[in-house]
Design a protein around this ligand. Structure first.
Ligand code: MGD
Ligand code: MGD
Ligand code: SF4
Ligand code: MO
Length: 715
């Protein structure tokens, strides 16, 4: 892997040592460890130097985004002054007092005129645990609104819902990443870590990889080159594929091995119904629907079932569908039938995406959730939080709208008229983005806290400039449920404030006591620990000193238990009251929208190495922007030719909701019925102009990974 350096030095403990500031990458959930030291930019100006630090997840490696992450700190595009939209509609510089006073005044007015749900909040899996917690409390206590959700709804919510149903608990990886090193078979369903988490590839043996992806991704190619497998189904058919693999495992007797029979009997319920679901997916039928050859199904099932230690991991490719929960459930069913979850050295996991995508889903910024991964309708949870927050229980609102439903309701007669966005850029990253932008524009008040002028900030009435990762401290929880220390390496530029200071300032102006919303991250973490105590995601035993020392602590970490918490879950029992995992009966269903004569192709979306999410940050890093300069559409050469396009031509991709202009990139290994677009670009290249906000009925996840399109030359 050229983009991963492997600087092996010293024991892999994660303990910070030596000069410089030991911290973690600001981007994805692998949370690669790095050291920041004062240095110079190419133009001679002071800048931080990034060096990878040895740590279990990244083993001394970083991807190109990590290496270049410090560049944005000193970017001329950095925001350092609050902006307020003036009478002429122009964002002009303002002071903090003026900006915060204005926001509080207009939030109060919205609330007085239309009730507490008139003000909404949109959070992020990029926020530290402290910020995510404070934001949820701010919504419920300072605003009294039920209208809060976050971008994690667009991320791993389907896997979370399936994990909760099957295991009684959702932690993306219920085992440390390093467990993958010794795995004899790893199935990656709709995940492309070679581009989305490059150092993770160091934990995966290509010869033992089974990659399930409609595209021959860098990950799939690595598997093929190393003697592994690539299954290339049509988008939206993973559920049937999982049942087809389970069918083979049934017919071949793989599920009847004595240890698997014992596992099913002692550790699970619901097998019979699932067995009946799988019985209907014989290989030839599965092949007809998915396009994966029956012979490959048999090979994959054999490799998986024959391994002594095996893992099934899902990514967004399997999850971001209107049947994402059932799809993940089908893969969990396969894992349970083979006895993997809760067995040492094996397991099922979801590769959580954002830097704090794990912690972000635990501390109460979700529409239906209170801190500690508690449910907001649970009377015991409400009583507990009312005590911790010292507010009357009946003052706590109930569940609100999910992310898309919230965005879709903005500025409508029944929806919120004011919105605070912290850590997300939905103008680019939400499905059916033209509609999302129209709704954001319809608001009476849009407030965005960010450090750059994102596309969402461009629509705002007030923009609040905040500190970046290297200028603040706090905690993050990585994809393996490990709580990590983010450390401040340098002072922020004059004029910016932390997100916690913003929430403090607004809460006071909304009439709360400032002590309820401390701006000091250590105070917030202490309260978060109390608030989480007794919940599913229990942080009460996470000692700050252990984090400072770089000790590994994985939640749940109840007070009084051994300092390392729970690196491996489910070894003795699953989290349901009876200790058993649930087989979940599921049936394949079609996507919300299928190709037809007018829109004959599947379009799917995802990521490329250099850009992060909406691209708000990475498009402003010169090295990354040069390497990945603009929107493109991957298409099979035959499909391109039929559309009158050649490699490099400007294409127009049209769905029922909108169109995108993108450079044609001919990829002979792609399916002929499928095109792919990265969602990192903006303007006419915004891939989400195409996507369909059909929601999963349980997780409320939009169908980012499948819509019907046609391809034509750009006008
Ligand atoms: N470079 C980079 N890295 C990132 C991020 C980033 O924006 N850029 N974001 C981070 C975040 S928040 C996340 S959530 C993770 C996401 O990490 P991944 O899940 O690895 O990323 P995606 O590219 O969204 O989707 C993975 C693959 O799913 C495939 N796919 C599309 N449709 C289907 C389908 O129907 N079935 C199957 N089986 N596969 C399908 C796509 O071709 C793609 O290769 O990455 C994290 N890391
Ligand atoms: N078509 C399509 N759309 C997708 C996806 C897909 O696969 N396909 N994936 C979805 C997924 S998995 C995700 S996670 C979402 C992510 O999409 P977004 O939520 O838009 O994520 P980012 O682009 O990271 O936006 C974060 C914004 O917050 C700012 N920011 C970063 N850190 C902080 C902070 O600590 N405080 C504050 N105040 N601001 C901060 C950044 O500068 C940036 O402007 O996109 C979703 N959208
Ligand atoms: S893999 Fe993720 S955490 Fe690691 S350097 Fe790249 S973006 Fe940062
Ligand atoms: Mo994500």
């Amino acid at each position: 892997m050229s983009e991963v350096s492997t600087v092996a030095s010293g024991p892999v403990t994660g303990a910070p040592s030596g000069p410089g500031t030991a911290t973690h990458c600001p981007y994805c959930a692998l949370q690669c460890a790095m050291t920041l030291t004062p240095g110079r930019a190419p133009d001679g100006m002071p800048a931080l130097d990034v060096t990878p630090r040895d740590f279990p997840t990244n083993a001394g490696g970083l991807c190109q985004k990590g290496w270049t992450s410090a560049a944005l700190l000193t970017s001329p595009e950095r925001l350092t002054t609050p902006l307020v939209r003036d009478g002429a509609g122009v964002l002009r510089e303002a002071g903090w007092e003026e900006a915060l006073d204005l926001v509080a005044r207009r939030m109060r007015r919205a609330r007085e005129e239309r009730g507490p749900d008139a003000v909404a909040v949109f959070g992020s899996g990029g926020l530290t645990n402290e910020k995510a917690y404070a934001l949820g409390k701010f919504a419920r206590v300072a605003l009294g609104t039920s209208q809060i959700d976050y971008n994690g709804r667009f991320c791993m919510s389907s896997a979370a819902a399936a994990g909760n149903r099957a295991f009684g608990l959702d932690r993306g990886l219920p085992f440390p990443v390093t467990d993958l090193d010794a795995s004899e078979a790893v199935v990656l369903v709709g995940a492309n870590p070679a581009e989305t988490m490059p150092p993770l590839m160091g934990h995966l043996d290509p010869a033992r990889l089974i990659v399930v992806d409609p595209r021959r991704t860098a990950t799939a190619q690595a598997a093929l080159d190393g003697g592994g497998l690539h299954l290339q189904p049509a988008p939206g058919t993973d559920l049937a594929l999982a049942l087809g693999l389970l069918h083979v495992a049934l017919v071949e007797g793989y599920v009847d091995a004595p240890e698997r029979l014992a596992y099913r009997r002692e550790r699970t319920t619901g097998w019979e119904e699932v067995r009946r679901c799988a019985a209907r997916w014989w290989p030839e039928r599965t092949e007809r629907l998915t396009g994966v050859a029956a012979a490959d199904l048999r090979k994959a099932a054999g490799a998986l079932a024959g391994a002594r230690r095996a893992h099934i991991l899902t990514g967004r490719g399997a999850e971001q569908h209107s049947k994402g929960v059932d799809t993940v459930a089908a893969w969990i069913d396969l894992a349970l039938a083979l006895g993997l979850p809760g067995t040492p050295g094996s397991g099922y996991g979801c590769l959580t995406g954002q830097g704090n995508g794990q912690g972000g889903r635990e501390h109460g910024q979700k529409a239906d959730q209170l801190p500690g991964y508690r449910h907001i309708t649970d009377p015991a949870a409400r009583a507990h939080l009312a005590r911790v927050w010292d507010v009357p229980e009946e003052s706590l609102p109930g569940p609100g709208r999910s992310a898309w439903e919230l965005l879709d309701a903005l500025g409508t007669p029944d929806g919120p008229s004011a919105l605070l966005v912290m850590g997300s850029n939905p103008a680019v990253s939400a499905p059916r983005s033209r509609r999302a932008v129209e709704r954001l524009r319809a608001l009476d008040l849009l407030v965005v806290a960010d450090f750059v002028r994102s596309e969402t900030a461009e629509l705002a009435d007030v923009v609040l400039p905040v500190t970046m990762w290297a200028e603040e401290s706090g905690t993050m929880t990585s994809l393996e449920g490990r709580v990590l220390r983010r450390r401040r390496a340098q002072a922020p530029p004059p004029g910016v404030r932390t997100d916690l200071e913003v929430l403090h300032g607004l809460a006071v102006r909304l009439g709360r006591d400032g002590a309820e919303f401390p701006a000091d991250h250590t105070e917030v973490f202490a309260e978060l620990r109390r608030a989480s105590e007794g919940g599913a995601a229990d942080y009460s035993g996470v000692r700050p000193e252990a984090l400072d020392a770089g000790e590994a602590v994985h939640w749940p970490a109840p007070r009084g238990r051994d300092g390392s918490g729970t690196p491996r879950l489910f070894l003795d029992r699953f989290a349901h009251p009876d200790g058993r995992a649930r087989f979940l009966p599921v049936e394949h269903r079609e996507a919300a929208e299928l190709p037809d004569a007018a829109h004959p192709l599947y379009a799917t979306t995802g990521r490329e190495l250099q850009h992060y999410q909406s691209g708000a940050q990475t498009r402003r890093v010169p090295e990354l922007a040069a390497a990945a300069p603009g929107a493109y559409v991957e298409v099979h050469p035959d499909t391109a030719r039929r559309a009158g396009l050649a490699d490099g031509d400007r294409a127009r991709v049209v769905s029922r909701r909108g169109s995108v202009l993108a450079r044609t990139r001919c990829v002979p290994t792609l399916r002929t019925d499928t095109v792919f677009l990265p969602f990192h670009y903006t303007g006419a290249g915004t891939a989400n102009a195409l996507t369909n906000p059909a929601l999963d009925p349980v997780s409320r996840m939009p169908e980012f990974k499948l819509c019907a399109v046609r391809l034509e030359p750009a006008p």
